[in-house]
Write a protein that binds this ligand. Sequence first.
Ligand code: NAI
Length: 524
Amino acid sequence: SASTSPATQDLFTVSSPNVAYSDSEINTKYAYRTTSVTENGDGKFVATPKETLYDFKVDRKIPKTGMMLVGWGGNNGTTVTAGIIANRLGLSWDTREGPRAANYYGSVVMGSTMKLGINAKTAEDVNIPFHKVLPMVHPNDLAIGGWDISGMNLAAAMDRAAVLEPTLKAQIKKQMTEMVPLPSVYYPDFIAANQEDRADNCLSGSKASLEHVEQIRKDIRDFKAKNGLDKVIVQWTANTERFAELVPGVNDTADNLMKAIENGHEEVAPSTIFAVASILEGVPFINGSPQNTFVAGCIELAEKHNSFIGGDDFKSGQTKMKSALVDFLISAGIKLTSIASYNHLGNNDGKNLSSQKQFRSKEISKSNVVDDMVAANNVLYKKGEHPDHTVVIKYMPAVGDNKRALDEYYAEIFMGGHQTISLFNVCEDSLLASPLIIDLVLIAEMMTRIQWKASSTDGAATKEFGNFHSVLSILSYMLKAPLTPPGTPVVNALAKQRGALTNIFRACVGLEPENDMTLEHKLF
Ligand code: NAI
């Protein structure tokens, strides 16, 4: 917790001449090894091992942190809030299947482990919770707040969501009742018309304005002061918006975007207002929905202010399976030829997505998720060749939050044969998304306390410590359409995303990347 001293909070220390611990920092010298390839012109390559030396500096003091959610009164917002309170209080509750207790299942940070190394005595693997690799915030310690265009208190909103058991809800009702979302920015044109009847908690004005940006900034500052916080992370888990049109002179540069907000241009989305306010406040902002919140001007603004952003669209169910399964098929040398994905869901997200423009945002977000894996396999696919891919989403009120996802993967195998894999995935959408919201907050916060400096002699040396790039692509594992620094590749393959996260964290404490060679068990 926040009061633990660094000396006692660590589960392990690294014993290496490259790693130094002080009361306030972990300082590491790290050799990053890659392979540089040149092409000979005759179709042949020369591969040269390359090494860059980095200094990493980790701030060991765990800050008192707050999470502010836009769309706090929605299914995700209420479910993640209830889940954290239940964990904080160590609650258990009765269900028809017997007692259940609060947990953090589905959170990579809280629910998974990492191999630290090999036991010197027994030669067995030593695994530790992911949460213990670096000095991370514990979700139980998060202060929670946020905005919603619906003014319902969180207890009533949790009932409306219809996700959690009544025996759990009864135990947290009092606390949840006291939580009421702040009024939000509502520009009706950006979300489905069918959302209008819940919009009773809105700031005045139905198009972009500097007043809206200033009000959100003030809300963040007030929340920080009221809860005595060191840090705040803001996350969009509100309705999916339509895409904003990309208009030269409006949202293409940071300056133009600020001018467009001042002039009340109709192509500035509420989510972009929240992003801009967070950036100007120096607070990380993460977009959990598919729309193009991060127009070029917004990314440039984040870079200018050295503020962190991450997105887009939580990767909870169907797409997570897809980015694991397609990775497996194509790296097994099997030629995937089509993917057909059908969804039906009955929650408010589904209702909003039943409107064409909002569905289109989701369709775009869901459709590019196999591109990198296909492009990487030039044995199976010719340049530009791509499997067919269709995404359908239907609103079916009766199934509520219990989303159904049906997928058919059709592939070509040896000698003209075929393989068909059908998946039927059923689960409460919000119970998958909530742990991702927690992971995104914890990892984004951690990234604000890691700095780097390059000390190699190949021209890449930097004198001063600096932050990671404003666009936190390390969050890709949790996101369907990962935002990456402009001009850098997008990685969708799930195992690679996990590897990046794991190995960057390891590097920060001077540990080699995880590798699965286990030579110690193979060379006798
Ligand atoms: P929801 O519809 O239950 O909640 C959204 C909330 O946002 C509502 O309470 C609504 O009143 C509020 N809202 C709308 N516009 C707002 C604004 N301008 N400012 C403040 N609040 C506003 O939806 P749910 O299920 O919680 O999902 C939230 C978002 O997360 C959706 O965009 C969804 O597509 C996305 N998402 C959800 C996943 C999941 O597994 N649940 C997975 C991937 C993305």
